[in-house]
Design a protein around this ligand. Structure first.
Ligand SMILES: [Zn+2]
Length: 469
């Protein structure tokens, strides 16, 4: 008897060339049979008639931490149809500790921030300290490190050394580009591409460097595309959401975040207490509030009242990602047919911008990508890059991670992880968390009673040979 039978959905699985109305049978967390009108009995049946059934969505850029009073990140992605995600800053111990209360049944791979004074003693740590950090994070259950150049830039030579050392140790390395000379913009991207010197590097949220900070967003997006095309060693993702994430805290009549200063100027408000209040009141900025289950952005008088009640110590969003660059980055292809930007991402989790399904299916409706290509960017490419051969497709033997989508509503209908329904029609049904780890981290996770999903070693050549559509 099957554990779960997903009946009668349109199964779209680009890796195996499948696009047909089929049943998917699941047992012990694996796909055990796939075919037309399967006859076997099942403990549970999910009727997917009229829905699209795809390999579990992998969001390659989110934040799952529960710090700052936002414990809802896992619930947010489960509701959004995401099965697996790459957390882009940790802290690893916070995420692991939060599983009993915040686990929603999803899978998380973690990058630990390489950042003084939290994980490094200073901005120019010696080689031994840098290597010890990489070893430690792998042994604790993370898969690598993240350079936080946008918020906490380091000198270019130190950033470059960390990329090299991570590659040597076969650890994942992500970079929100920016160094002590050039910031989080197209110039910082140029520096990062040069610093990687042909080695593996995950360029975080490419769209962030195409926000018309140096030139106009169109020419910035075209340059970013050219840089990525010329350097196939770089893995990248870009958002589909217009919303950024920042801190709305004001100290001494000034925003504590440089990003917030830029955003306030952009929407025509002064970078001070009065300007921040005006931006929230007029809806240019939303304040993030945890409603006990999910995070929501509130603006207008209600937003201002909440922001004041927290003495301004809040996070929030401005809609600053231009549509032009998001669109170009979403659909650009290389000469061989593979995508320039490997994956759709959201930087969601904590922030309510988990819109791979909503905005990705709109791109399909618009004709910018096919449904098959949507699945490549939403699931398969992430699985290939992470070296998780049993994810990203639905052949017999694959992990039973499945996203079931309602195309007309542009919404996730159900999320299945490890053979269990963790979300159906907006109802959260999951608990616990699977942690995608390096083989060096399995023991520590198992000891803590956490479900460890051991990925294959970092394979830079697989990135270069990316999936051809
Ligand atoms: Zn991020």
């Amino acid at each position: 008897m099957y554990d779960l039978l997903i009946r009668g959905g349109r199964v779209v699985d680009p890796k195996n060339g499948v696009d047909a109305v089929l049943d998917v049978a699941i047992e012990d967390g694996r796909v055990v049979e796939i075919g037309e009108e399967l006859a076997g009995c099942a403990k549970e049946t999910l009727d997917a008639a009229g829905k699209i059934v795809i390999p579990g969505i992998i969001d390659m850029h989110t934040h799952m931490r529960t710090l700052f009073g936002h414990p809802h990140a896992q619930r947010m992605i489960a509701l959004a149809g995401v099965c697996t995600t790459l957390d882009m800053a940790g802290p690893t111990d916070n995420i692991l500790d939060s599983i009993p209360g915040s686990g929603a049944g999803v899978n998380i791979a973690i990058l630990e921030a390489a950042r003084a004074p939290l994980t490094l003693s200073c901005d120019r740590p010696a080689k031994a300290e840098r290597e010890a950090l990489i070893d430690r994070v792998l042994e604790e259950g993370a898969i690598g490190i993240k350079l936080m150049g946008g918020h906490f830039p380091m000198d270019l030579d130190i950033s470059q050394a960390l990329i090299e050392e991570a590659n040597d140790k076969k650890a994942w390395v992500g970079w929100h580009v920016g160094n002590t000379v050039n910031g989080s913009n197209i110039l910082g991207l140029r520096d990062a591409v040069a610093a990687a010197e042909g080695k593996f590097l995950h360029v975080a949220h490419v769209n962030s460097y195409c926000r018309a900070q140096v030139r106009d967003e169109l020419s910035e997006a075209l340059e970013a595309i050219d840089l990525l095309k010329a350097n196939p060693n770089l893995f990248s993702e870009s958002y589909l959401s217009p919303l950024n994430g920042t801190r709305l805290t004001i100290e001494n009549d000034e925003p504590v975040s440089k990003v917030t200063v830029t955003c306030l100027k952009k929407v025509g408000c002064t970078p001070d207490y009065a300007g921040m209040q005006e931006a929230i009141l007029k809806g240019y900025a939303g304040v993030l509030r945890d409603d006990g289950v999910i995070g929501e952005l509130i603006s207008g008088p209600e937003g201002v009242e909440y922001w004041k009640s927290q003495n301004t110590v809040t996070s929030g969003s401005f809609a600053v990602n231009p549509a032009t660059s998001r669109f170009l980055l979403a659909q650009a292809k290389r000469d061989n047919g593979s995508f320039v930007v490997d994956c759709f991402s959201t930087d969601g989790g904590t922030y309510p911008r988990n819109v791979i399904v909503e905005n990705g299916l709109l791109l399909v409706q618009f004709g910018a990508v096919t449904l098959n290509e949507f699945v490549v960017k939403a699931s398969l490419n992430g699985a290939l890059a992470l070296n998780l051969p049993s994810k990203g497709h639905l052949a017999v033997g694959a992990d039973a991670d499945v996203s079931i989508l309602d195309f007309d509503a542009k919404k996730a209908y159900a999320t299945v992880v490890n053979g269990k329904i963790i979300m159906k029609e907006g109802q959260l049904l999951g608990s616990g968390t699977g942690i995608v780890c390096d083989e060096r981290g399995e023991a520590a996770l198992t000891k803590r009673g956490i479900r460890a999903i051991v990925k294959g070693a970092l394979d830079p050549q697989a990135i270069v040979n990316r999936h051809l559509c």
